[in-house]
Design a protein around this ligand. Structure first.
Ligand code: SF4
Length: 59
């Protein structure tokens, strides 16, 4: 299982952090990163809504 954020494409909109605060956080460069590999359901929902498709969830 793996939840990843492509830091090159993330635009720092914060949507995934708002949706899944237990899974994602924003770093000092305003890029999201995974703080947990759990709650893949929420992560998948966030992935489907990310405006730049920066989130990948593999199970
Ligand atoms: Fe970055 Fe996508 Fe999360 Fe927005 S929703 S902060 S673009 S990973």
């Amino acid at each position: 299982m793996s939840i990843k954020v492509n830091q090159e494409t993330c635009v720092g909109c914060g949507m995934c952090v708002n949706m899944c605060p237990d899974v994602f956080s924003l770093n000092e460069d305003n890029k999201a990163y995974a703080i947990s590999q759990e709650n893949t359901e929420c992560a998948k929902n966030a992935a489907s809504r990310c405006p730049v498709n920066a989130i990948t969830v593999e199970e």
